[in-house]
Design a protein around this ligand. Structure first.
Ligand code: ATP
Length: 225
């Protein structure tokens, strides 16, 4: 089997250690996601989904266990190396779009590319292609406030993929949308992910959406099964 894009091994995480409020969220969580594989992460509220995604996305560190991105061991890596790996390899999507309100949809997708050193004309062409591929090409020049919730979220997907990451991490990406919109927007996300051959870990409470992914992982009692 090819090298997993994301591999977690026996990851443990405790918040507020040695305080009365101590909570052990992860108790040996392990997973491996292959290139091109789309995996659903399903868990009861408060089970530690966001914690797991933050650790996988190198935004937080585990107390124990190992995190590898593209075969590179990230446990104990310097902040600089983790930041570089995060920028180069990982795209994030959240429940709320977090687009920059004073910039257009197009600019929101161009800016991270400019920050990564891509030339403006190339960045703009890529941003337009991405917007067209998720069905919001006609909205390129609108600011986020002039877009519907579903359109905003589709723009957020494009932004997450702008710099060609190899791993997409999504935390309830359609959780804020009504069921019909959620279905359409999820379809757009899957289209993008399949087109680019990304590996993805997508947290959702929606079991119908989870069933459309390649595999479902359940997070319970701090472990994945
Ligand atoms: N920074 C923190 N300090 C202390 N406790 C925390 C912290 N972050 C999360 N927790 C606790 O850890 C547990 C898991 O939180 P997490 O946000 O990962 O859950 P979740 O599965 O994403 O929940 P939800 O589906 O409701 O968003 C919860 O009990 C939460 O209260």
């Amino acid at each position: 089997m090819s090298e997993p894009v994301l591999a977690l091994e026996r990851v443990e995480k405790v918040y507020n250690r040695d305080l009365p409020s101590e909570v052990q969220v992860l108790r040996g969580a392990s997973l491996a996601i292959a290139p091109g594989e789309v995996v659903a992460l399903v868990a009861p509220s408060g089970a530690g989904k966001s914690t797991l995604l933050h650790i996988a996305g190198l935004l937080d560190t585990a107390d124990r266990g190992s995190v590898r991105i593209g075969g590179q061991e990230m446990t104990g890596a310097s902040d600089r190396r983790r930041t570089m790996a995060r920028r180069a390899d990982i795209g994030f999507v959240y429940q709320f779009h977090h687009l920059l309100p004073e910039f257009s949809a197009l600019e929101n997708i161009v800016l991270p590319q400019l920050a990564a050193g891509v030339r403006a004309r190339v960045a703009e062409a890529r941003a337009r292609d991405l917007l067209v591929s998720v069905g919001v090409g006609a909205r390129a020049d609108h600011r986020p406030s002039a877009l519907s919730g579903g359109e905003q979220q589709r723009v957020a997907f494009c932004r997450a993929l702008a710099n060609g990451p190899r791993l997409l991490l999504a935390d309830e990406p359609t959780g804020n949308l009504d069921p019909a919109t959620s279905d359409t927007v999820f379809g757009a996300l899957m289209g993008l992910v399949r087109e680019t051959g990304l590996a993805a870990l997508i947290a959702t409470h929606n079991l119908e959406l989870a069933a459309r992914m390649d595999r479902i992982l359940h997070l319970e009692d701090g472990r994945l099964a």
